[in-house]
Design a protein around this ligand. Structure first.
Ligand code: HEC
Ligand code: HEC
Length: 174
């Protein structure tokens, strides 16, 4: 069991204070929990129809390639696109993926936690997601206002701008 450190302390506080408590303390903030905002037009339009447009830096290129090749079977939905639209989006996602050589430290940490022979389709099932969120109790994930780990924006108020810094986190009360 981990001792109290800056990271789990703020979660502890958020949990104790009932949650809608804004994590104003920037103690643990590394300042690098920011991804490039999704600026590619078609990705912003087509990939934010059902959920926020996830930053390309959340998954390695091979994951995006696989996902874009099976959009007709996308998490139980048909998210198919015209081939030319899909290929533009694929190119954008691959060029900005977690394993791109010019990625940020956060991106390389995500990438290095994923075995080379796997192409996960969910950032929420990667090792680094687990590491970053290991102090969030399981009952919190089940709150109605969250519903899914993939619902980043429920807690990260600026997730749709690519920002996940600690001071912007607000955990829904229920
Ligand atoms: C028709 C609706 C729909 C569209 C359009 C759509 N998605 Fe999804 N996507 C889903 C659903 C449903 C899930 C599962 C969400 C959940 O588990 O809460 C999902 C999950 C994901 C996840 C996994 C999130 C995680 O880490 O758990 C990624 C990545 C993703 N979508 C990327 C994309 C991309 C890229 C596009 C555009 C090409 C796209 N989606 C378009 C419905 C859609
Ligand atoms: C239950 C609310 C919740 C949801 C939903 C959630 N997170 Fe988090 N996230 C947290 C908390 C709490 C932390 C830890 C904050 C800390 O100690 O810095 C965190 C930390 C992070 C960090 C590191 C922040 C830093 O300052 O280093 C990243 C990046 C991140 N989350 C990304 C995501 C992404 C991407 C999603 C969606 C796929 C997501 N999170 C979904 C609550 C959530």
């Amino acid at each position: 069991m981990m001792g109290i450190n800056r990271r789990n302390m703020s979660i502890l506080l958020a949990t104790i204070f009932g949650s809608s408590f804004l994590l104003t303390a920037s103690w643990g903030s590394s300042g690098d929990a920011v991804f490039a905002a999704v600026t590619h037009g078609p990705t912003k339009e087509e990939c934010a129809a059902c959920h926020m447009a996830y930053p390309a830096g959340l998954l390695p290129a091979r994951s995006w390639k696989k996902m874009m090749g099976e959009l007709d079977r996308h998490f139980g939905e048909d998210a198919s696109l015209a081939p030319e639209v899909a290929s533009g989006i694929t190119k954008y996602l691959i060029e900005n993926a977690a394993d791109t050589p010019r990625g940020t430290q956060l991106m390389s940490r995500i990438a290095s936690g994923i075995p080379g022979n796997s192409a996960p389709q969910r950032f929420t099932e990667t090792r680094h997601f687990g590491y970053l969120h290991d102090e969030v109790p399981s009952y919190v994930w089940k709150r109605k206002g969250i519903a899914s780990k993939a619902n980043c924006v429920a807690c990260h108020t600026k997730a749709d701008e690519g920002s996940f810094v600690e001071r912007e986190i607000r955990i829904p009360k229920q």
